[in-house]
Design a protein around this ligand. Structure first.
Ligand code: PMP
Length: 385
C-alpha cells in the first residue's frame, strides 16, 4: 500500500526540494555550503518573522519545547513574575516551565475553544511588575488562534517582555514582530516552516537580549543566547565557528524551505494561501455536518482544524480515516480529547489541492463507515485550489 498522507499538525508533508535537501551525506558545520546556508537562513528568518534589523535569530538543534525553554531561561530568573495567557495544552506547558524557573506565575485562563479576555490580561499585568507575558499564538490542542498584536502592544506599553510560542503558527499565521513590539517569537522546524522535526528556531528582540544580560542566574550553557550569539554572528559574516555541532543536514534544508517561503509571493503570500486553504477546509467540514472546537470562526487557526466528532462517532474515526490512506490526529486537550480530532493543513500541502481533496474524501468516507451520513462529493468540491 502507498505511504499514507501525513495530515497531523506536525510533523507534516514536506516539499520535494526540502526532501531532496535532506538527503545525502551530512556536510561539515564549517563547509562553505553550510556557512552560506546559516548566513542566508539568519537573514531570511528576520524577513519571515518581520523583525527589526537588530533582532537576533537563533537556530538550535531541538524541538518546540526546547525553543520555549530557551526563551524562558534567557529572560526569567527566580523571583520574576510571569503572566501566562492560557489557551490550552501548550500554554499549560509554558506556565509549568516558568514555575520550574522559580518565577511567580499568574495564569489567565480562556474557556476551551475560546481566546482569553484582553481586559483580564491587562488586570493581571497591572497587578504587579511583570517580567514576561507568555502567549501561545496557535494552541495546537484547540485549533484556536490568539491575536498576539494587542497582547504584545499591551506588554510593551507596561514594560513587560512578550514571548510568543509560534510553533504551530510561524510562516502560516500573520506575525509582525517589529510592528507589534514582540520580544521573542519561537518555533520548531516541523510545522508551517515545512521541514522535518529537529530545529528549534527563535528570534529575540534587542530588549529581550538586554534582559538576558541583566540576569544574575545564568541559563544552562547549551541554552544560553550569549553563548550562541558569537557563533551566529560569525556565520552571518560568512565565517565558520563552533560551540556545539549543529544539525547541518536540517540547516541545509532550512535554507531551501525559507527560500521557498520568500520566493512564493513573500511571507504575506504564503500566509494568505494558508488562510484560503483553511477557509476552504472549514467549508468542507461544515458541508460534512461537522463543527469546530474553536467557538468563534474568526479565531480558527490557518494551520490546523480541531473538529468535533458528530453524534454517534468517536475516536474510531481516526483508524477509519487511516484505512483510507490519510493520517489525522486525535484530540489533545485533557478532559475533551475524546470529543474531537485534528487535521493539520500547513506547508507543502497548502500548494497541493489534490492532497487536500484526498484528505476531505478520506474523512467523509470514514464518517459514512462510522454511521454518519454526509455528502462527500459536495465536501470535496469545496476545495477549489
Ligand atoms: N508549542 C506548540 C504550540 C506546539 O504545537 C508544540 C508541538 N505540537 C510544541 C509547543 C512543542 O513542540 P515539540 O513537540 O517540537 O517539542
Amino acid at each position: 500500500m502507498a505511504r499514507p498522507l501525513l495530515m497531523i499538525p506536525g510533523p507534516i508533508e514536506v516539499s520535494p526540494a526540502v526532501l531532496d535537501a535532506c538527503s545525502g551525506p551530512p556536510p561539515s558545520h564549517v563547509s562553505p555550503g553550510i556557512i552560506d546556508a546559516v548566513g542566508v537562513a539568519i537573514a531570511r528568518m528576520r524577513e519571515v518573522w518581520r523583525s527589526e534589523d537588530d533582532s537576533q535569530p537563533f537556530i538550535l538543534s531541538g524541538g518546540g519545547t526546547l525553543s520555549m525553554e530557551v526563551a524562558l531561561c534567557n529572560v526569567l530568573e527566580p523571583g520574576d513574575r510571569a503572566v501566562v495567557v492560557h489557551t490550552g495544552y501548550f500554554s499549560a506547558r509554558f506556565a509549568e516551565m516558568a514555575r520550574r524557573r522559580s518565577a511567580t506565575v499568574v495564569v489567565v485562563h480562556a474557556e476551551p475553544g475560546e481566546t482569553a479576555d484582553l481586559s483580564r490580561v491587562h488586570a493581571a499585568l497591572k497587578a504587579a511588575p511583570t517580567k514576561a507575558l507568555l502567549i501561545t499564538h496557535v494552541d495546537t490542542s484547540t485549533g484556536v488562534r490568539t491575536n498576539p498584536k494587542p497582547l504584545c502592544e499591551l506588554a510593551r506599553s507596561l514594560g513587560t517582555l512578550s514571548i510568543v510560542d509560534g510553533v504551530c503558527a510561524t510562516a502560516g499565521e500573520t506575525f509582525e514582530m517589529a510592528a507589534w513590539g514582540a520580544d521573542v517569537y519561537l518555533t520548531a522546524s516541523q510545522k508551517a516552516l515545512g521541514l522535518p522535526p529537529g530545529l528549534a528556531l527563535m528570534v529575540a528582540s534587542s530588549r529581550a537580549f538586554s534582559a538576558r544580560h541583566r540576569l544574575s542566574l545564568q541559563p544552562p550553557m547549551s541554552m544560553d543566547w550569549r553563548q550562541w550569539l558569537p557563533i551566529h554572528a560569525a556565520y552571518e559574516d560568512r565565517r565558520g565557528s563552533y560551540f556545539s555541532t549543529p544539525n547541518t543536514t536540517l540547516i541545509h534544508a532550512l535554507r531551501v524551505s525559507l527560500d521557498e517561503i520568500v520566493a512564493d509571493g513573500g511571507i504575506h503570500g504564503r500566509i494568505a494561501r494558508h488562510q484560503r486553504v483553511a477557509d476552504e477546509l472549514r467549508g468542507a467540514w461544515s458541508h460534512l455536518g461537522l463543527s469546530l472546537l474553536c467557538v468563534q470562526e474568526r479565531n480558527a487557526a490557518n494551520t490546523l482544524s480541531a473538529v468535533r466528532y458528530p453524534a454517534g462517532v468517536g475516536p474510531e474515526l481516526i483508524s477509519a480515516v487511516k484505512a483510507r490512506g490519510v493520517v489525522v490526529a486525535g484530540g489533545l486537550l485533557p478532559d475533551f480529547k475524546a470529543q474531537y480530532f485534528r487535521v493539520g493543513h500547513m506547508g507543502y500541502v497548502t500548494e497541493e489541492p489534490e492532497l487536500l481533496r484526498r484528505t476531505v474524501q478520506a474523512i467523509g468516507e470514514a464518517l459514512i463507515a462510522c454511521g454518519h451520513s454526509c455528502d462527500v462529493v459536495g465536501a470535496v468540491a469545496k476545495i477549489t485550489g
